[in-house]
Design a protein around this ligand. Structure first.
Ligand SMILES: Nc1nc2c(c(=O)[nH]1)N[C@H]1C(S)=C(S)[C@@H](COP(=O)(O)OP(=O)(O)OC[C@H]3O[C@@H](n4cnc5c(=O)[nH]c(N)nc54)[C@H](O)[C@@H]3O)O[C@H]1N2
Ligand SMILES: Nc1nc2c(c(=O)[nH]1)N[C@H]1C(S)=C(S)[C@@H](COP(=O)(O)OP(=O)(O)OC[C@H]3O[C@@H](n4cnc5c(=O)[nH]c(N)nc54)[C@H](O)[C@@H]3O)O[C@H]1N2
Ligand SMILES: [Mo]
Length: 737
């Protein structure tokens, strides 16, 4: 059936414009935007797109509400009240750019350019306006390099050390799977459009297993939920390997031809018999044995692991162990077997054209974004200290740990803070200058995906509102004002799209910008979901071309993808990395730190919220109603011990900080575990603090990932407060709506 044109007249005034969801979500939906007289009326999912299938989600269905929200920032603003008061006056772009340029120049003259830190992530995910949009500018400026390991960096490092940068299993081919292990991923909330594919596999007889400390929405729908103690997944994976080896369930032909280091892996796994793994993970030994046997025997078997897996001190090695499993049992042999993690490795993007690592001055320091609290408060031994912070595409006050210290840092009178935003977020409240940013309907962009194999074009549907500009335009203006006349700062958006994609790559054969403008999206030419089995015969993009049970990359130590470091490849040598997958225990647990556990006996985790996208939408009335007040889910036994009843306001605290939330008493969590979803804004919370006030900024073993799941707290009833709303059943991490 021919597809709708890029902009098709449906009647005299309404047009439909092809767009793409901008969010940091694996689904990257193809959207159709209905526009009338220059105003967007609605967005909907493209019914013809094989992954979107005509549906968006609770976050994005009413995206036009976000676009036309009366709260949008539509003009440059300058602070008039004290830091953090959120009091601003409207100024013009010229005045804003002049102030930024003159402050930057003065800071550079006095302290050097490294006193300036860019801070950004994936508020919008497009290749143009997303992760790397400001890299060329800040590299040219000589600013400190922002190490952006917010998400998946630890898992990526572990994955690359084992199977290389492979797209892995095509998510669409999961229809062919007979056994699907969903490991630390709440698919129904965070990867919704994968669920119909998994449901189809199930109709065809597949078994779906969820390994998660919480009976989340996905676990509620699964055939088998295995509740695991947070941070112990590495032991479970090694335990599975132990059983698979002992029971002779290995695919010896595959191991011989397409792996290296089997004897060493076997030796390591000997240390993890089911009984020992049971005592570490809290999973009965019989279940560990059953899981390993079923996984090995029911081919093709797929493992979909989420970023939840990396948020532990041994997250990287855990991913290494999990990534060994498919080769061990020959799961890669057929479509539907293997690992679903990061299909984005298939997209032929020339990131260096965006990042311009050649601009980086030798020796420029890196500051990890999870260390913002320390970096702003004289920690990390920074010389020069930070004097300016430029935030775009991110809301660190909500999404980064060490929240109290970030508040203190942003309150510094001598810190010049610029925030480019769509809304006055918790972070923007502390800005000296706020710059207005467009939404996806007002900008041109090209979207890769980390959840499927389609390249999707986003055409602007409406003109920018007020004086809002896309991030690309903001950096063009800043570069001009700073006097940078390199050609890269003068490219139009369309010229940039042409420059950053390797259009001659086999994956894009027959695809060009014209095709994307006509069709909206194109599947990469890597085979069909029925045929794509990238490692049926090995061919792993590792040094050996094989799955590396013993990793050759371990010799170079820990590393972070240059993509997450503005293109920088300079990496300070750290402790040696074990080349064989190992289990690294949580730092905060009764087993490893009994003294701490005596004071703070509950292990808190902070997964994604169903109705928010990280902290996006946590200010939108509709999504706030669905999410309810900030909540914390606690097991009935733990609640009873503390005299906590359903909907009671509780204080969650440890030595790092505290926040208040409504208690949800439920056996959806393991005893000893509490769950507080991420995303809520401080300014809409009772304590003006959120879960990241209690989280630590300690990084994991690989990829400098966070360790959010390694966190002990205590929970106590707080006063006599009750739920503000009678919707107290909402806001729980396991709610269904
Ligand atoms: N609705 C919604 N969708 C989103 C997002 C959102 O904010 N909201 N964010 C997007 C982004 S940026 C990302 S990275 C993805 C992330 O999506 P997911 O990969 O699903 O990540 P999380 O929600 O952080 O965690 C998933 C699960 O891991 C579990 N978990 C936590 N610690 C452990 C552990 O130690 N072991 C095990 N086995 N499980 C653990 C949590 O209970 C949770 O159910 O979602 C994307 N999609
Ligand atoms: N405790 C805990 N903390 C976490 C996580 C967790 O699971 N638990 N998850 C981590 C993960 S996986 C991630 S990815 C990060 C997410 O961290 P962030 O990427 O910082 O996520 P958001 O909160 O969505 O912030 C994005 C901001 O960008 C703004 N924005 C959107 N589009 C544009 C645009 O086009 N231009 C500009 N200038 N701004 C725009 C939005 O309004 C929003 O305020 O959080 C991490 N933090
Ligand atoms: Mo993320």
């Amino acid at each position: 059936m021919p597809r709708t044109q890029a902009a098709t007249k449906t009647d005299s005034v309404k047009t439909v414009v092809r767009g793409a969801c901008p969010h940091d979500c694996p689904d990257t939906c193809a959207m159709l935007v209905t526009v009338e007289d220059g105003r967007a009326l609605e967005v909907r999912g493209d019914p013809e797109h094989p992954f979107t299938r005509g549906a968006l989600c609770v976050k994005v269905n009413d995206y036009v509400e976000r676009v036309y929200s009366p709260e949008r920032v539509l003009h440059p603003l300058r602070r008039v009240g004290p830091k953090g008061s959120g009091k601003f006056e409207r100024i013009g772009w010229d005045a804003a750019l002049n102030e930024i340029a003159s402050r930057f120049k003065a800071i550079i003259a006095e302290h050097g350019a490294q006193a300036i830190l860019p801070y950004s992530y994936l508020g919008t995910e497009g290749l143009l306006n997303g992760l790397n949009v400001g890299d060329a500018f800040f590299n040219r400026l000589g600013a400190s390099i922002s190490e952006r390991t917010f998400c998946a960096s630890g898992a990526i490092t572990g994955y690359m050390m084992t199977v290389g940068p492979t797209p892995g299993t095509d998510p669409e081919s999961l229809v062919h799977s007979r056994y699907i292990v969903i490991w630390a991923c709440n698919v129904i909330s965070t990867n919704l459009h994968l669920w119909p594919i998994i449901a189809e596999a199930r109709r065809r007889g597949a078994k779906v297993v969820v390994i998660d400390p919480m009976r989340n929405r996905t676990a509620q729908e699964a055939d088998w939920h295995i509740p695991i103690q947070p941070g112990t997944d590495g032991a479970l994976a090694l335990g599975m390997i132990n059983v698979i080896v002992n029971d002779n369930l290995t695919d010896n032909d595959y191991i011989e031809k397409y792996t290296v280091g089997y004897p060493e892996l076997k030796q390591r796994a000997r240390e993890y018999p089911p009984e020992r793994v049971s005592s570490i993970t809290g999973i009965p030994a019989a279940d560990i044995v059953q899981l390993a046997r079923e996984y090995a025997r029911t081919q093709p078997a797929a493992i979909r692991f989420g970023v939840g897996i990396e948020r532990q001190p041994g997250g990287g090695q855990c991913v290494r162990a999990i990534s060994c499993l498919p080769a061990l049992v020959g799961a890669w042999r057929k479509p539907g077997g293997g690992l679903v993690f990061m299909p984005n490795f298939a997209f032929p993007v020339k990131y260096e054209v965006l990042m311009r690592p050649d601009f980086i001055r030798p020796g420029t320091r890196h500051i990890n974004q999870y260390h913002l609290g320390m970096a702003l408060n004289g920690g990390l031994g920074l010389a020069p200290p930070l004097k300016a912070l430029f935030v775009y595409n991110s809301n660190p006050l909500v999404v980064a740990p060490d929240q109290d210290r970030i508040v203190a840092g942003l309150s510094r009178e001598d810190l010049f803070t610029v925030v480019s935003e769509q809304f006055i977020t918790d972070t923007a409240e502390f800005a000296d200058i706020v710059l207005p940013a467009t939404t996806q309907l007002e900008q041109f962009d090209l979207m890769f995906s980390w959840g499927h194999l389609y390249l999707t074009l986003n055409m602007p549907a409406i003109a920018p509102l007020g004086e809002a500009v896309p991030n690309t335009e903001m950096f063009r203006r800043l570069a001009a004002r700073m006097g940078f006349d390199d050609a890269c700062f003068k490219r139009t958006d369309e010229e940039t799209v042409l420059a950053i994609i390797d259009w001659a790559a086999p994956a894009l054969s027959g695809v060009d910008l014209g095709v994307l403008k006509r069709d909206g999206y194109a599947r990469l030419k890597v085979g069909t979901p029925d045929t794509f089995a990238p490692h049926a015969e090995g061919g792993f993009p590792t040094a050996s071309g094989k799955t590396e049970f013993v990793s050759s990359m371990a010799a170079r130590g820990n590393f972070v993808l240059p993509l997450f470091r503005q293109g920088s490849t300079q990496f300070e040598p750290g402790p040696a990395v074990d080349p064989i997958p190992s289990y690294i225990a949580p730092r905060e647990s009764a087993q490893t730190n009994p003294a701490l556990a005596a004071r703070y006996p509950l292990n808190i985790i902070s997964p994604k919220s169903h109705a928010f996208l990280n902290s996006c939408y946590a200010n939108m009335p509709h999504q706030r109603r669905i999410a309810g007040e900030p909540g914390v889910t606690i097991h009935p036994e733990d609640a009873a011990k503390r005299g906590i009843a359903e909907a009671r306001v509780v204080r969650v605290f440890n030595d790092r900080g505290s926040f208040k939330a409504l208690a949800h008493v439920s056996d959806a969590v393991r005893p000893g575990v509490v769950v507080a979803p991420l995303g809520y804004w401080r300014k809409f919370s009772r304590s003006r603090s959120t879960v990241n006030a209690a989280n630590s900024s300690v990084l994991a073993d690989l990829g400098n990932a966070p360790t959010f799941s390694d966190n002990l707290v205590e929970v106590e009833a707080a006063g006599q407060d009750q739920a503000r709303q009678d919707r107290a059943g909402q806001g729980r991490a396991d709610e269904t709506n």
